[in-house]
Design a protein around this ligand. Structure first.
Ligand code: PEP
Ligand code: MN
Length: 350
């Protein structure tokens, strides 16, 4: 439930609403807006009788949130949430950041070479897994903490912020010390204790859609993170399981405008896992920008044939450059732009 205050409501009247919500056994969260403050009621499971609040001074109206998720919904917050993972790299605004890099961190030389290639191609953040959630226990599982140290080096060398995955609660705290954004992968989208853990960490989170998750499932998972206090969440479409093995997954482009209508959180797209095929990544990356994606997550490897994971879907560096150039043209056609490389003159325009 949302308690919308009148435009001229006083601080005292807002405090009174919060106190009454507390007396009712819930928590009241004041959210100042451009015109007026709204107080969100959290902690309820089901409809709450708002008659006591309706009659308080300064209250304009009571809105019952009709969706199963609350704090992530557009009803709760009308304006887009902006998620800034580093100065100038903001998701959810007009500019569209491109996160790129290898599936896994493999060595110091590999990740630094990747970071410089991402920068050269026009990307705005570096990705690379140090903890890898592999379908087989016998596949390469990542370099762990050493991988995080290599990512930190790559950030120093390139100036690019880092996005990397955490697999469990302990790992999340470790990843948070090195990364600018914590990725929660498709396989962990419904790992609720992990979601709660990253909800308590003050770091942006990139939450990927599970491979058999509905849009409602995705938004309810994001709700776990917001419910713990962390509102810095980026959602990501990465393809869902289908009956057809012609592609690795079915890249659900409709999820982009759908989620943007239902939620104020930024929604990005991963055409690499979405298709699993290198030659399909550029067309579907372009399509995601055209569909309104607030960012791209793309796998690129300086030597894909030597990659320890997902080489077959990783772009070559020059292909990433082409994708960024084409994405720029499409973004411009729809009144947006691709985020400039951090630290460049163009980035300074703010
Ligand atoms: C990844 O980004 O490398 C990854 C493992 O993705 P997903 O969780 O979407 O499979
Ligand atoms: Mn991968």
């Amino acid at each position: 439930m949302l308690v919308v205050m009148q435009n001229d409501a006083t601080d005292e009247q807002i405090r009174r609403v919060v106190d009454v919500i507390k007396e009712m056994g819930y928590e009241g969260k004041p959210m100042p807006g451009a015109q007026r403050t709204t107080v969100g009621l959290v902690g309820n499971d089901g409809r709450v009788d708002g008659s006591r609040l309706e009659s308080l001074e300064g209250v304009a109206e009571i809105i019952h949130v009709s969706r199963p998720y609350k704090q992530v919904s557009r009803e709760w917050r009308v304006e887009n949430t902006l998620v800034e993972i580093a100065p100038g790299v903001v998701f959810g605004g007009t500019d569209i950041p491109i996160i790129a890099g290898p599936c896994s961190v493999e060595s110091e030389a590999q990740i630094v070479e990747s970071a410089l290639a991402v920068r050269e191609a026009g990307g705005s953040a570096l990705r690379g897994g140090a903890f890898k959630p592999r379908s087989s226990p016998y596949s390469f599982q990542g370099l762990g903490k050493r991988g995080l140290e290599m990512l930190a080096l790559a950030r120093r060398e390139s100036g690019l912020p880092i996005v990397t995955e955490a697999l469990d609660e302990e790992g999340a705290n470790l990843v948070a010390r090195y990364a600018d954004c914590i990725q929660i992968g498709a396989r962990n989208m419904q790992n609720y204790s992990l979601l709660r853990a990253v909800g308590r960490i003050e770091k942006p989170v990139l939450l990927k859609r599970g491979m058999a998750a509905t849009i409602t499932d995705l938004l309810l998972s994001a709700e776990y993170i917001l419910a713990e206090g962390n509102t810095q969440v980026i959602l990501c479409e990465r393809g869902i399981r289908s009956f057809d093995s012609a592609t690795r997954n079915l890249f659900d482009l409709t999820a982009i405008p759908l989620v943007q209508k239902l939620s104020h959180l930024p929604m990005i797209a991963d055409p690499s896992h979405g298709t699993g095929l290198r030659d399909k990544v550029i067309p579907m990356g372009r399509a995601a920008i055209a569909a309104g994606a607030d960012g791209l997550l793309v796998e690129m490897h300086p030597h894909p044939d030597q990659a320890m994971s997902d080489g077959g879907q990783s772009l070559y560096p020059d292909q990433l450059g082409r994708l960024v150039r084409e994405a720029r043209a499409i973004a411009e056609a729809i009144g947006r732009s691709i985020t400039p490389v951090p630290g460049t003159v163009a980035a300074a325009r703010g």
